[in-house]
Design a protein around this ligand. Structure first.
Ligand code: HEM
Length: 391
């Protein structure tokens, strides 16, 4: 058996990342590792190195022989190659052209009043319910779900159905299970898109309904948006709340000065690591990064959570500090060509949450000891199973 470091790296506390990343980076910011499927890969854990790979179009998401390509995990969506090797770039450009205007920062700012109202309504319900409560289920989950449903034009009443599909899509161990869920999600969302042709609305699925793209591509985009639109944001809300609840000094600073909310959100996105899975790339030709030669067809794993705590660019990188000067923007939304399409939307939601939540409930605290919190370690996106709070 290989003596290379083996993924996934274990961590002790939900707010930490594995110390193995730091140890490896000190020796090799681009290091040979074995993934959880037993394949060999290059793990990129350094900030400069990860940005180099993100920005280099000799790396892609597809592979010329996908069936035999090395994999990061058994997850169908993010664990291995995706898309067609010959057409990947053209398809991706069409995706960006279609979605960038739909999720522009300007459009998202217009939406912010609506997000504020949804946040306040959810907090009203929470207060009416009274303590203790599961903040995850009563707040972190419904907010991004309601927002993405309105934006895309998906009935919120279907939430139990598409949430089950999204959960199954994150299965890390059973390829068939996550693949079937992805197919189901695409079919479900594509049916909604098709209905918009007869009954258009002011939403993104109506834009998709008239896009000059192959049907299967539209279905993939529609399904991907509903998935990406809530899974990740839910976790960032939970982890942001937890970071503040476990750091009374930072919470005090935010309560004294709510205008720190925007900076706080960037710091949450830097530090919060609900999942350590990483992003997948394949070299399309031989490439040299940080002195190592990555061969065409090799798997490259981008450990954004590690790069976000690179001690070579961040002072005291594990410390949550909302007054940190942003010299090196985090890579929590990726970087360059695939930079998160929903970044402005996520920022509007998170800023609204962290400007409002603790002012409304200044005595908010955990209702259980922190070491009793449990996570979805078997899921792609990770995250807390619940966040019991009181006030
Ligand atoms: C805080 C929440 C979020 C985080 C941390 C996040 C993170 C990311 C990251 C790291 C990538 C880059 C993937 C890569 O390079 O392979 C990405 C891409 C993407 N995200 Fe997000 N995301 C969030 C919210 C959203 C939302 C709300 C949407 C809305 C629909 C969204 C839609 C997308 C899409 C469509 C892409 C693919 C872009 C491309 O390949 O060009 N994300 N996201």
């Amino acid at each position: 058996m290989s003596d290379l470091p083996r993924l996934p790296f274990r961590r002790g506390d939900v707010l930490e990342i594995s110390p193995a990343f730091r140890g490896l980076r000190a020796r090799e910011p681009v290091a040979r590792v074995v993934t959880e499927t037993g394949d060999e890969a290059w793990l990129v854990s350094g900030y400069d190195e990860i940005r180099q790979v993100f920005a280099d179009d000799r790396f892609g998401r597809s592979h010329p022989t996908p069936e035999s390509a090395p994999r990061l995990s058994a997850n169908a969506m993010m664990g291995g190659p995706s898309g067609d090797y010959a057409t990947e770039r053209a398809v991706h450009q069409r995706l960006r052209r279609l979605l960038t205007p739909a999720f522009s920062a300007r459009r998202m700012r217009i939406l912010s009043g609506r997000v504020q109202k949804l946040v306040e309504d959810l907090l009203d319900d929470l207060v009416e319910h009274g303590p203790p409560a599961d903040l995850h289920e009563r707040f972190s989950v419904p907010l991004p779900m309601q927002v993405i449903c309105e934006l895309l034009g998906v009935p919120y009443a279907d939430r139990a159905k598409f949430r089950a599909m999204a959960d199954a899509m994150t299965d890390l161990t059973d390829f068939e299970h996550s693949a079937a869920a992805q197919t189901e999600m695409n079919a479900y969302t594509y049916a909604i898109v098709r209905a918009k042709r007869r009954d258009p609305g002011e939403d993104v699925y109506t834009d998709l309904a008239t896009a000059a793209l192959p049907e299967n591509e539209i279905a993939r985009i529609a399904g991907g948006l509903l998935f990406a639109g809530h899974e990740t944001t839910v976790n960032q809300i939970d982890y942001g709340v937890l970071l503040f609840l476990r750091d009374p000094d930072q919470l005090g600073a935010l309560l004294r000065d709510p205008s720190l909310a925007e900076a706080a959100v960037e710091e949450i996105l830097r530090v919060a690591a609900p999942s350590q899975h990483g992003l997948v790339r394949y070299a399309r030709e031989d490439v040299e990064i940080a002195g190592v030669t990555i061969r065409a067809g090799d798997l490259v794993v981008l450990a954004t959570v590690a790069a976000n705590r690179d001690e070579r660019v961040y002072d005291d990188p594990d410390r949550f500090d909302i007054s940190r000067q942003i010299v090196h923007p985090h890579v929590g939304f990726g970087y360059a060509a695939h930079y998160c399409v929903g970044a402005s939307l996520a920022r509007v939601e998170l800023t609204t949450v962290f400007r409002t939540l603790f002012h409304r409930l200044p005595t908010l605290r955990l209702a259980v000891p922190a070491d009793e919190l449990t996570t979805h370690h078997d899921r792609l996106t990770g995250g807390l199973t619940e966040l019991p709070v009181t006030w």
